[in-house]
Design a protein around this ligand. Sequence first.
Ligand SMILES: [Mg+2]
Length: 277
Amino acid sequence: MIYASDLDQTLIYSQPAERAELLGERIMVAELIDGKVRSYMSSSTYQRLQALMNELIFIPVTTRTIAQYERIHLISQILKPQYAVTSNGGNMLIGGKVDLEWQDHVRMRVRESSAPVEDIRLVMNAVLDQDWVISSSWCDDLFYSHIVERDRMPVQEITDMSKQLKEMGWRTSVQGRKVYIVPEAVSKGAAVTHLKQLLDGRKVIASGDSLLDQSLLDIADYAIAPGHGELFRQEQLTPSGRYRFTEESGIFAGDDITSFVHSTHSEHRKLLIKEPS
Ligand SMILES: [Mg+2]
């Protein structure tokens, strides 16, 4: 089996310093920037994940750029999975090397299915060029990530803008202080479907918390989302029963998620033993 998971707010989390101190050994440092801790993973999540990696293929699937992914040393250097998807599906690393064929394929698909970035910029700047946007980055030559002051962000304007961008083949996702604007073809689901084919069509278990994870959860055979974040909020507003959510919210949702992966994998293996095919 494959376990493909989003990282931020699904397996790794930032924590205020006081809370991190309070949690002590229940959490582990996952990422440092200039010697300062940027994110943590629950220690039980880490142990479970490490054990799972002996039995299945763990694939981190993140919207982070390649460099930002590599900074998460607990995953990229210590767990060191063979496959990783970054740039929201725009890039994949196999044995630590960028798959250039995939990179070309995604860029071609973007040209076919989304309006050019110049047109997007006009729509975006009409809304975003205001004092609540702290910074904007064009990531891996594929998509935009804006850091915003969430309290001052006009929600209705963002909703209207995202509708307009959707018609142009671009998706908008709001995650905490970040607003992502991403072409339809830069998709976590598409990248994992490609890896699934490469890995003989193994079954996929997936987890993720945001609208950008939806394509991943939707192509998976089994899916779970944490009891917080964009998908959870969406479910509270308009219940669909589409996804399974964890009981826990916050950093320990990772424990529920990895338990679910463990039990799903065990069940699946039992079935395979019963009915060899
Ligand atoms: Mg996330």
